[in-house]
Design a protein around this ligand. Structure first.
Ligand code: PGA
Length: 264
């Protein structure tokens, strides 16, 4: 991995910088594949926490390649997605259901019964119970082995926007205006972006045994510098990961360009 720079000694969290997103994605995919292969050989399931957005697309492309060309089997994988817009139909092209099948699930051998994505069509009065059930399903699956995250420009992980607390669990949240404006292009205008979402909480994420947060490009550089080098707190929910025992931030050079510790 010649183009990889490890700056874990200088930052508060283990941060790895690659020349290009594809290289970072290959690094993470190889780690996931090794974990799944080991578990498969022991006859044990692997529990993955999965993210959506542009960021994980190169990772999913590489996982699909590993499945098709190198025999990586997802038959024993159980997945839990971080979040879903609310309200939204699973057939909507902007839903995270649609995204996950388009980019990953339709191309691998995962058992559909093992796929969990928060449902965006629930009646409001059912949401609390549904969210408690989502947490329970994660626990009953044995907890998340590997959690994949992106980061929003307001500092969210999942849809835990600024103001989210360390002990928040899966729940209905209101989206941050910056998140809505960043999603406006996909929806054909900010007025069409759902105002709410269901999301795993910061606590749900912090309970994952291993976390990879991926970030590409200069537009994420400022928030990543805050998350990695700034104060831990509710203003930048991704900063809570500084307190996680096994998190790696996987960046390209653009995304790392505002880190004080290293100049590119
Ligand atoms: P993006 O979104 O990957 O589309 O930039 C990341 C996020 O909001 O977590």
């Amino acid at each position: 991995m010649e183009n990889q720079t490890i700056v874990g000694q200088q930052t508060k969290v283990n941060t790895q910088i690659f020349d290009a997103p594809e290289e970072g994605a290959r690094y993470v995919a190889a780690k996931i594949a090794a974990f799944i292969n080991k578990r498969n050989s022991e006859g044990l399931p692997t529990v993955l926490g999965l993210a959506t957005g542009n960021t994980p697309i190169p990772l999913y492309m590489e996982l699909v390649r590993l499945h098709k060309e190198e025999g990586l089997s997802f038959k024993k994988v159980i997945s839990f997605n971080l979040d879903e817009y609310y309200p939204i139909s699973p057939d909507d092209v902007n839903s995270y259901h649609y995204f996950m099948f388009k980019h990953l699930f339709s191309h691998i051998d995962i058992d559909r019964a093992n796929v969990h994505i928060p449902v965006g069509t629930l009646a409001e009065h059912m949401i609390n119970e549904y969210c408690e059930g989502y947490e329970r399903m994660i626990r009953e699956a044995g907890g998340i082995d590997i959690q994949i995250l992106g980061i929003g420009r307001a500092g969210h992980i999942g849809f835990n926007e600024p103001g989210s607390q360390l002990n928040d669990i899966t729940r209905l949240v209101t989206l941050n205006p910056l998140t809505i404006s960043d999603a406006a292009g996909d929806f054909g205008g900010a007025e069409f972006v759902p105002r709410k979402a269901l999301t795993m909480g910061v606590r749900t994420i912090m309970e994952a045994r291993k976390v990879f947060l991926l970030g590409w490009g200069e537009k994420k550089a400022e928030i990543l510098a805050k998350a990695i080098e700034g104060q831990v707190g509710i203003e930048v929910p991704a900063s809570f990961l500084q307190k996680h025992k096994d998190t790696e931030f996987i960046l390209d050079k653009g995304a790392a360009s505002k880190l004080a510790c290293c100049k590119y």
